[in-house]
Design a protein around this ligand. Structure first.
Ligand SMILES: O=C(O)CCC(=O)C(=O)O
Length: 266
């Protein structure tokens, strides 16, 4: 039986099929210096400020399960015009074998404001998929841009150029995912196109709320939980798609988060 949430999403999606725009656009407001994003859905009446990216990326395994709502921090780093940081610090986390994850805290300035702009201006699409013999809505909205399509914000091209320069590879087009609140998520998976390849890169910039980003080896064993904040860059590399899975699990309560991702394969 469909949950209250999926029913309300289905209503807003109407009879649209897969990959058709399905959700009313969120509205953006400002209370003082902190961005406020209102999302037109079940939680629409609860205006929340996005969290800021001041803290270093943490391993929160010990906190996972109850670390659901971070204190709000209004930061000069996460508001204002978006720009790539001129002196980012990269740390590499080695997973078992050749997979690795790079983390660059505060890599993008103005990430909260960019989150608000994209939330309201991107023509989001409601993905749908078969699950247990019925069609269900994906618990998030998405929009993938072909290389030939105009981007919703010029910073996305700048980010791509910076990533290409840093990793010395030609990253492709951008994919955006919109997690409207803690009910939105993506289950453990590997990237569909890259999972058979041994040398790939997926670069993900977090905009807005801080959510756990979980990684686990496919064969079983200890996983990792990272907590990328607004403006943080996270890059999965090596055999990460071949040997590990990743997920953004549901949390009890949090504000909107958008992830912007770019991919490359050898
Ligand atoms: O939103 C994220 O941080 C992860 C997105 C992701 O894993 C995917 O779309 O395949």
């Amino acid at each position: 039986m469909a949950s209250a949430r999926s029913r309300s999403l289905s209503r807003s999606a109407g009879s649209h099929g897969p990959d058709t725009p399905g959700a009313a656009p969120p509205s953006i407001g400002h209370h003082g210096a902190a961005p406020v994003i209102r999302v037109a859905r079940r939680s629409a009446t609860r205006a929340r400020r996005t969290t800021a990216g001041l803290l270093d990326t943490l391993d929160i395994e010990r906190m996972f399960g109850y670390c659901v709502s971070m204190p709000l921090q209004c930061s000069l780093l996460t508001s204002g015009d978006p720009a790539v940081s001129i002196n980012p610090t990269f740390s590499r986390i080695r997973l078992d074998g050749t997979p690795w994850v790079d983390v660059a805290p505060g890599w993008l300035r103005g990430a909260d404001d960019l989150c608000g702009t994209l939330a309201s201006e991107v023509p989001w699409r409601q993905g749908r998929r078969w699950m247990y013999e019925r069609m269900v809505d994906d618990p998030r909205l998405s929009r993938w841009y072909k290389a030939t399509e105009p981007l919703p914000h010029p910073i996305l091209a700048t980010i791509c150029s910076s990533l290409c320069a840093h990793y010395q590879v030609p990253f492709g087009s951008v994919g955006l995912n919109f997690y409207r609140d803690g009910d939105d998520s993506v289950a453990f998976h590997r990237d569909r196109e890259l999972r058979r390849l041994g040398n790939t890169l997926i670069a993900i910039v977090t905009l807005g709320a801080r959510r756990p980003f979980r990684l686990r080896p496919r064969g079983g064993g200890a996983g990792r939980t990272l907590l990328p904040a607004s403006g943080d860059l996270l890059v999965m590399g090596g055999r990460c798609q071949a040997d590990w899975e990743h997920a953004v699990p549901k949390v009890a309560s949090c504000g909107p988060r958008i992830s912007a991702s770019w991919r490359w394969a050898a």
